[in-house]
Design a protein around this ligand. Structure first.
Ligand code: F6R
Length: 245
């Protein structure tokens, strides 16, 4: 695992947007694994600017998203399909038919199986983008005494529901279940890039970069087994966890 420490969150987002740009430029028909949440928003903004400036062409790119809430349709303004459309896809020259976000409505188990198939379809992701939950979750693989390898339905923890309540009118509106890629799906990507900022992430990032322990109680620690995992944090977070390089 490689750790990159930047001067600021803005610089982290620039560095990661450039990594994504370079993957697409090297392989125009590449496959990207994408994330939602607050962290990647400025990364997507930078990719939109790069696309408009002619620095990167998404016309042949395929994407698969990590997860989707159960029980809300893709038209709902808090669905991850809506998030991806409004924060990225509507503003770049990607063919929406080549973008996949799991369906949040209907038969959840069948939707999870469809996500699992999409993770492998046409090969695994060339780059998988990740955020990290305050409890160390990646995608919606929650801290627990066990983890699941393949796409599945996860019951969200109190910590995740509380953290995500900021996007909803009230906490009771946050869905309690989600469809998520499993740990094996994430680790299958050729390169995994995790971005984190903010002091709420200190315990999770400490477990990820300050020792060699792997534990299901901090799912992100599984990335220690990946040959090409990159963690991008700003110096404020690095200092707070005591990371010296
Ligand atoms: C989002 C996802 C989640 C988030 C995590 C951090 O698709 O899979 O694991 O990356 O909850 O969210 P933010 O970036 O809002 O702190």
């Amino acid at each position: 695992m490689k750790v990159i420490v930047t001067n600021s969150y803005d610089e982290s987002c620039k560095v990661v947007a450039e990594m994504i740009r370079d993957v697409v430029n090297q392989k125009p028909a590449c496959k990207l694994g994408l994330a939602t949440g607050g962290t990647p928003v400025p990364i997507y903004k930078k990719l939109i600017e790069m696309n408009k400036a002619g620095e990167v062409d998404f016309s042949q790119v395929h994407t698969v998203n990590l997860d989707e809430y159960c029980g809300i349709p893709g038209t709902h303004d808090q669905s991850y399909r809506y998030f991806m459309d409004t924060n990225l896809f509507n503003h770049i020259n990607i063919d929406k038919a080549n973008t996949y976000v799991a369906q949040g409505m209907g038969d959840f188990e069948a939707n999870a199986r469809e996500l699992e198939a999409k993770v492998r379809e046409g090969g695994v992701a060339d780059l998988q983008l990740l955020g990290i939950g305050n409890n160390g979750h990646i995608a919606f693989n929650e801290a627990s005494d066990h983890l699941v390898a393949v796409a599945h339905i996860e019951t969200l923890t109190e910590s995740t529901i509380t953290a995500n309540a900021r996007f909803f009118e009230k906490k009771e509106d946050v869905p309690t279940k989600a469809i998520t890629m499993g740990m094996g799906d994430i680790l299958a990507a050729k390169c995994v890039v995790l971005v984190a900022t903010g002091l709420a992430k200190v315990p999770a990032i400490k477990g990820l970069i300050m020792d060699d322990v792997i534990t299901t109680q901090n799912p992100s620690t599984m990335l220690k087994m990946h040959e090409n995992a990159i963690v991008v944090i700003d110096k404020e977070l690095a200092n707070a966890v005591g990371y010296k390089g």
